[in-house]
Design a binder for this molecule. Structure first.
Ligand code: ZN
Ligand code: ZN
Length: 265
């Protein structure tokens, strides 16, 4: 069976486009927005990384000693707040809870390459009641099937629970910027990509109120204060996010429209 694989990506340092890519891989029938929000009772984020491309975790905190991965955890929980069924959300916080993979020696990754890697190394398989995301931190850059996209930080492979983060692009976000920015770029990218995978914006989750980007940037939010916004001026947007988080202590990066879509689905 051929399927239509929608690739949603987040690029911080230049323009990029969400790409539609054909794939011959089969989908897991449980990996649907409907299942994530109405059937699944547990949502686990598995994290793997190529040796040398480890995500920020141990020793990286925000505010008063809060582990950096708490940002993803709280954002996922925020989407389910007030719903009849609240899944148990499991997000690793330490390197010990993540899996180190051998160096893959690749300079670029197509969606097919990433899916192949996930087949080889992921351990959890989504079932009716349990959802497993697989997030992998890679060396090299994304290739959309046509050419390399060196500004893409992360991609969500549509119709799957696979997310890839390009660690070197994250690191570059720290150049000539405050030291905390790469930490934040990494978590914001995770929230953004898993947001896509869960169905935002209008990507499985119907909109309560129209708030989808109308300028042709794919499944993104029209609010530049929302993590699902198409970040064409990425770094300054991210610094604003960080300042706001510092001021308010609020780490939820979705705006009310995005939260409402998930909470009212
Ligand atoms: Zn996106
Ligand atoms: Zn939004």
């Amino acid at each position: 069976m051929r399927l239509f694989l929608l690739i949603t990506c987040l690029a911080f340092f230049g323009c990029g486009k969400d790409e539609d890519v054909r794939s011959s891989r089969s989908l897991n029938k449980y990996e649907t927005t409907k299942n994530y929000f109405t059937v699944s009772t547990k949502l686990t984020v598995e994290v793997a990384y190529e040796s040398g491309q480890r995500p920020y975790a141990d020793g990286s905190t925000i505010g008063a000693g809060i582990p950096i991965w708490q940002i993803l955890d709280e954002n996922l929980n925020a989407l389910y707040q007030g719903r009849a069924q609240l899944p148990v959300i499991v997000v690793p916080k330490t390197h010990a809870e993540m899996k180190e993979l051998p160096v893959q020696g690749k300079t670029s990754w197509t969606p097919e390459d990433i899916l192949k890697l996930s087949e080889k190394y992921r351990t959890g398989r989504s079932s009716a009641t349990e959802t497993y995301f697989w997030v992998v931190f890679l060396d090299g850059v994304f290739n959309d099937g046509k050419k390399d996209q060196p500004s893409t930080v992360g991609v969500s492979l549509g119709g799957t629970t696979v997310v890839a983060i390009f660690k070197e692009v994250v690191r570059q976000s720290g150049m000539s910027a405050a030291g905390f920015v790469p930490l934040f770029v990494e978590q914001a990218t995770l929230v953004h990509e898993i947001g896509h995978a869960l169905g935002l914006v209008d990507n499985g989750l119907p909109m309560n109120e129209a708030h989808k980007d109308t300028e042709g940037h794919g499944a993104h939010c029209n609010n530049d204060k929302c993590v699902m916004y198409w970040l064409n001026e990425g770094r300054s947007d991210l610094i604003q996010f960080a300042i706001r988080m510092n001021q308010t202590g609020n780490v939820v990066m979705f705006d009310q429209n995005c939260l409402n879509d998930a909470r009212n689905f």
